[in-house]
Ligand binder design. Structure first.
Ligand code: SAM
Length: 204
């Protein structure tokens, strides 16, 4: 799978190594394990999905992590993106709104021996001010607009990556907060994610 991703243009060696080190079959429902190394999103229950490896690679690369960062992930889902981020940064705070998924992700991350990810249950569109600021923020569900509280919780010099736009046809956007506190925005390409549901997302 990792060889295929590198042939398809994933260039960041740290990201490829992180993907190689995370056994995705431990994070997908048992009935779908035989499909774990295909480059597809797969259902994980509750109408939610584990992201495709190429999507996790693209989002992880876009964050440009060097290894010492404090990262916020919104949308824990299966815990796959969090497990990859755990290899690329110092500490990951991940928020999931669905109790069953949060509990299963915690269990899966424990089983994988991941010790630098903490999973919280709640509305991640509000961020988690108690642990802010974050050097990097990734939203793994599609939002109509970038949630304002997350911009407030981004450290100067940090960046936020998120799928933004109408339901089912977002664009992957990267926002950098300069050390002068000015925000700049780039569109990285089209993407398709399930909804970010919450105060600063879509209505449930
Ligand atoms: N990162 C996940 C993975 O690697 O498996 C994939 C995430 S899935 C595409 C999107 C997740 O975002 C779902 O689990 C969904 O319940 C969660 N979600 C949606 N709105 C949320 C919110 N406001 N706060 C936290 N989680 C949210």
């Amino acid at each position: 799978m990792v060889l295929r991703l590198s042939q398809e243009g994933v260039r960041d060696a740290r990201v490829l190594a992180a993907l190689e080190a995370v056994p995705r079959h431990w994070l997908v429902p048992e009935a779908l394990r035989s499909q774990a190394y295909r480059d597809n999103a797969l259902p994980i229950g509750g109408g939610q999905t584990i992201s495709a490896p190429s999507t996790v690679a693209a989002m992880s690369s876009a964050l440009e992590l060097a290894g010492r960062e404090h990262v916020l992930e919104v949308g824990t889902g299966s815990g796959y993106q969090a497990a990859v981020l755990a290899k690329l940064a110092e500490r990951v705070v991940s928020i999931e709104r669905l109790p069953r998924l949060a509990a299963e992700a915690r269990r899966a991350l424990d089983r994988l021996g991941v010790t630098n990810v903490v999973v919280h249950l709640g509305d991640g569109s509000l961020g988690r001010p108690a642990e802010a600021p974050y050097d990097a923020i990734v939203i793994t569900a599609g939002a109509p607009a970038v949630p304002e509280p997350l911009l407030d919780q981004l450290a100067p010099g940090g960046c936020l990556v998120a799928p933004i736009g109408p339901r089912g046809e977002q664009r992957l956007v990267r926002i950098r907060r300069g050390t002068d506190d000015r925000f700049t925005r780039e569109v990285l390409g089209p993407c398709r994610f399930v909804d970010l549901v919450g105060r600063h997302g879509w209505a449930a």
